[in-house]
Design a protein around this ligand. Sequence first.
Ligand code: ARG
Ligand code: ZN
Length: 466
Amino acid sequence: VIGAGACAPSDGATMPSAAPAASGTRAATGAGDTIGAAGIGDPDFPKDGNGGYDVAHYGLKLAYDPPTKNLSGVANVTAKAVQDLTRFNLDLHGFTVRRVTVDGRQAAFARDGDELSVSPATAIKNGAAFQVAVDYGGRPDPVRNSSNLGTYGFIPTRDGAFVTSEPNGAKTWFPCNDHPADKATFDFDVTVPTGLTVIANGELRAAPVNGGPTTTFSWRESHPMATYLATITLGRFDVKTGRTAGGIPVYAATDPAFRRQLDFLYTTSARVTDHWSTVFGPYPFSSTGGVIDDFSSGYALENQTKPMYGGFDPDQSIIAHELAHQWFGDSLSIARWKDLWLNEGFATYAEWLWTEQNGGPAAAKTFEDYYAARNAPMWRYPPGIAQRDDLFNTSVYTRGAMTLQVLRDRIGDKTFFDLIRTWTSQHKYGTVTTDDFIKLAESKSGQNLHDLFNAWLYKPERPTLR
Ligand code: ARG
Ligand code: ZN
């Protein structure tokens, strides 16, 4: 599903249906061809996502075999055309594609880098719903060392795989429209050697089905989800389930190496979910939880309903951060990666709030400590435009959070928290931009906040305090 925000970029970015035709695909083009663009129109990531259609649902039927590292199966992608299509692309990195069908009929396909282009037997009409089935398999090849992002995507581990894909690693394990501007619901049916556990988003549809040497886990995420938030982390896990005090189902899991953290992970995730529900608005999804695997990724990721912690003991602060993302990043997704502060600035500010609301220093004090560092590199990096090669710069996190503290000081607690709850409810499951937030802040407060946001988000210097 393509959110409204994605179709109305405020920066003059190319709209999906008007983006240039896919380049480099091999099929001959003739008069009357209408080709979906090779990118969704994010100027910083021109090949991420695709134009010409809008995905509603991914049905992934996959099997993974840790000894051979083979991932194989069928991805069923249900989509709606937003233009006539004689050809369209999916994003897919690696693998052998064995067969592609569109509405059950064999389709021609070609590979070019991470683009899989599909030519259906008959053209798809603008507005038509269609289903693509991609039969594929091979050894997943995660993204390594791209800028400061570490390793991400489908990462084989000793006993399974750690699957965390921000920003664009979903294509390392399934064919998709790999950009947060096109969210969809998901079904996962994943078969693994018996004894291993598969952990995907949402809830188990049924008890795992034991077929002797293999067992199949069926999960469903029934709320729209960005591709980078999808996961099928698998391996040996201890699992604890239950409900939060407020009644939300909880699923917590730890790799055996982190077994002693399971109770803390479970309890803290439950507490934090209930607490944020009172601060940010009702919890947007049907379950909550967390997973600690033994792969040392050096980061955590806010996978929808199940944040993942890569090879370390998460403390309260980072659990508070990842669960705040369920509202900021997961329920409300960014239309363009440059607006990443709407995810990371908010989740970082949530850490400060967690401290403030649990007996620690006020967020205003945390702000002061950062503000005192006159020569910090973040003053030269305006967080309102996350840089393509340095998306997760500290500024996007810390100076992004500082922006919210300055805003809170300016408009007062009552208006500020009312604004935050209106923000999460107005755009629930949708796609957002920084301009959307500024407009709402101005209308809620009745103030012109241009100078504040301009100084804090867009100027490469340390703002003065008025
Ligand atoms: N969104 C994550 C967080 O909570 C960071 C993900 C970084 N991604 C990466 N490939 N290193 O801060
Ligand atoms: Zn974060």
